[in-house]
Design a protein around this ligand. Structure first.
Ligand SMILES: O=P(O)(O)OC[C@H]1O[C@](O)(COP(=O)(O)O)[C@@H](O)[C@@H]1O
Ligand SMILES: [Mg+2]
Ligand SMILES: [Mg+2]
Length: 346
């Protein structure tokens, strides 16, 4: 199962019929266990990176034109192999052009970003895996080209100082920690929530000059701090790993923005609706936070194609609502100097 990325402890448990993960609904138990087993194997392989292989080395480009690192391909192969023979009928990966049929009798359709944040592999900064599970329909198109509100499960693994799995099955957000002493997954939380407000925002500010006016206006007002219309100071973070930003926001609140911008190829932002934004939106919404494309809820968006991208804003509800309000401002208001803006002047 999963080539050479298999956690032997997890595989032995599964072979003995013992659940690897506690707290998973029966319908999803085998699939979640296999995801957990591969995740533990990837975590161990990352920890050994550079000893006998270079996981961050470039190996080509995927069908979508993105550069692929060795670990992107290793992780994709491992998840795909591990899910063969389970209830997963269709496997749709960010790294593959079309969805793979794994089990024609299966009743689940799994979308995956096998390795998220790949620019951070060599830098030893947190990276992850993102997944979403739908009920399978007759074809890959009808299974995946639907609103994220149809998801029955979604979550992510984070390969960081601590390896965690975070998932929702539609009734709150659960978190497991991989115990490095025993190699067992331990359920540590059942009801993770997103703080309703916060003074942190996350955006790649190097693209400032390319952003739409409402995003520039929002960030201008945050950066102006106590001297601007918001009348309070803010802090900024940018990890460049969506999983790491999500994990921080689930831990202490905040807001994340990856807007559309004027650069070639960024008319719909950077992040993929099916593999990244819908699953993260599902988890964040289950935790009481919000997720939009700047204006509309992400979970209502229906992709036209598997690899569609979308602007993405998510996090503490109060902040996401405020960003939507900036998008509703008249153009002359959102492009005005921050001190002149009426709506949010304190
Ligand atoms: O380098 P940028 O433009 O800041 O983009 C960073 C974003 O790109 C991503 O790395 C895209 O994911 P992949 O690594 O799976 O392609 C996100 O994790 C992250 O939020
Ligand atoms: Mg990604
Ligand atoms: Mg990826």
């Amino acid at each position: 199962m999963g080539g050479d990325i298999v956690d032997s402890q997890g595989a032995a448990l599964a072979a003995a019929g013992t659940p690897v993960l506690e707290g998973v609904p029966q319908q999803l138990a085998e699939v979640m266990d296999r995801l957990a087993i591969v995740t533990a194997g990837i975590a161990r392989r990352i920890a050994r990176g550079g000893i006998d292989e270079q996981l961050g080395g470039g190996v080509g480009t995927n069908a979508d034109g993105d550069g692929q690192k060795a670990l992107d391909v290793i992780a994709d192969d491992a998840f795909c192999a591990a899910l063969a023979g389970t209830a997963v009928r269709f496997y749709a990966s960010e790294e593959q052009e079309v969805a793979v049929t794994l089990n024609p009798e299966g009743d689940l359709a799994l979308a995956i970003d096998p390795l998220d944040g790949s620019s951070n592999i060599d830098a030893n900064v947190s990276i992850g895996t993102i997944f979403g599970i739908y009920p399978a329909e007759d074809t890959p198109e009808s299974s995946f080209l639907r609103p994220g509100s149809d998801l029955i499960a979604a979550g992510y693994a984070i390969y960081g100082p601590q390896c965690c799995l975070v998932a929702s099955f539609g009734a709150g957000v659960l978190k497991w920690v991989l115990d490095p002493e025993t190699a067992a997954w331990v359920l540590v939380a059942r009801g993770l929530t997103v703080a309703p407000s916060s003074s942190e925002f996350a955006i790649n500010a190097s693209n400032y000059r390319h952003w739409p006016a409402p995003v520039r206006a929002y960030v201008d007002d945050c950066v102006a701090g106590a001297d601007g219309p918001r009348g309070q100071n803010f802090n900024m973070r940018w990890v460049a790993s969506l999983v790491a930003e999500t994990h921080r926001i689930l831990t202490r609140g905040g807001v994340f923005l990856y807007p559309r911008d004027d650069r070639k190829g960024y008319a719909q932002g950077r992040l993929r609706l099916v593999y990244e934004c819908a699953p993260i939106a599902f988890v964040i919404t289950q935790g009481g936070g919000s997720a939009t494309d700047g204006e509309q809820p992400i979970l209502a968006r229906v992709p036209a194609h598997l690899h569609d991208r979308t602007p993405f804003v998510f996090g503490s509800s109060e902040k996401v609502a405020r960003i939507t309000a900036y998008h509703d401002l008249p153009e002359r208001e959102s492009s005005a100097l921050f001190g002149k803006r009426g709506l949010f002047r304190s």
